[in-house]
Design a protein around this ligand. Structure first.
Ligand code: FES
Length: 272
């Protein structure tokens, strides 16, 4: 029984909760994820582990409602439970002292970025964080990131929080004035692609975290395959982090949109 607690709405369509999962909490590292199912007929949902409390045996998850399964997940309340929870999955982020690091998060991707910000700071890096969202109310974990970052910048599409503009605008400004040794970008696929192109201009190595459809999470089904440096890799076991410059972005973005029609149909049926 994976009982959930502390269910909260964080922003429009974004929710958080903690799940009782002592074995996962005892092993989870930054960059890793879990796959969950709400019930035996449920879709398998991969979610990054935002935080873990080893003593309480709980992990923290944040998700965005994007379709039927995530809408059903948002309906769960304290005391409800998940049918299945598997993890921690994927390779952990390589945490070490790189020097000056730039971390860029967009939308709900900020949830996946936050544990990396935390661990890189603990490892002694000078941490510059850029958070981006459409509007102020969609900027999540700003206070938490601010507490641990040496510098924090917020970018919104409409200028309702921080500066008006894209995260890549902030990246360019920072990279013009400061030497950065390593970068991470986590968010929508198109954002990660353009963060990679921006980093490339400055010869800055950048990691991105890919979130394709996942089924088994063990490298067996091939559902999460991605092309990295002209080779097929599985995001669930070889990733989810890859060097942005090696990702075949057009293929990845098109695969991410593969089931949009079916997803929209299924979500519409749920709402009726
Ligand atoms: Fe099946 Fe990765 S989820 S191979």
């Amino acid at each position: 029984m994976f009982t959930i607690s502390n269910c909260k709405k964080l922003a429009v369509n974004e929710y958080e909760f903690w799940v009782k999962a002592p074995q996962i909490a005892s092993k989870a590292k930054a960059g890793q994820f879990v796959i969950l199912r709400i019930d035996e007929f449920g879709e398998r949902l991969p979610l990054t582990i935002v935080d873990s409390d080893k003593q309480a045996g709980k992990i923290h998850l944040i998700f965005q409602v994007v379709g039927k399964s995530t809408a059903a997940l948002a309906e769960l309340c304290d005391g409800d439970f998940l049918k299945d929870l598997v993890g921690p999955l994927g390779k952990a982020t390589e945490i070490k002292n790189y020097g000056n690091v730039l971390l860029v998060g967009g939308g709900v991707g900020i949830a996946a970025l936050y544990p990396i910000v935390k661990e890189l700071k603990k490892a002694g890096n000078y941490v510059i964080t850029v958070l981006g969202a459409k509007t102020e109310d969609l900027v999540i974990l700003e206070r938490e990131c601010k507490e641990i970052s040496d510098e924090l910048y917020v970018m919104t599409d409409d200028g309702s929080a921080g500066e008006k503009g894209l995260v890549t605008d902030a990246m360019s400004k920072i990279l013009t004035h400061q030497t950065i040794n390593f970068c991470w970008a986590i968010g929508p696929s198109v954002m990660m692609k353009f963060c990679t192109l921006t980093a490339d201009k400055y010869d800055l190595p950048i990691y991105v975290s890919l979130n394709p459809i996942m089924i088994d999470g063990t490298g067996m089904c091939g559902g999460c395959r991605v092309t990295i440096a002209d080779s097929i890799k599985f995001a669930c076991v070889d990733g989810p982090e890859f060097l942005g410059s090696e990702v075949h972005w057009d293929e990845f973005i098109s695969r991410m949109a593969q089931y949009n029609e079916e997803e929209a149909l299924s979500y519409d049926q749920l709402k009726r």
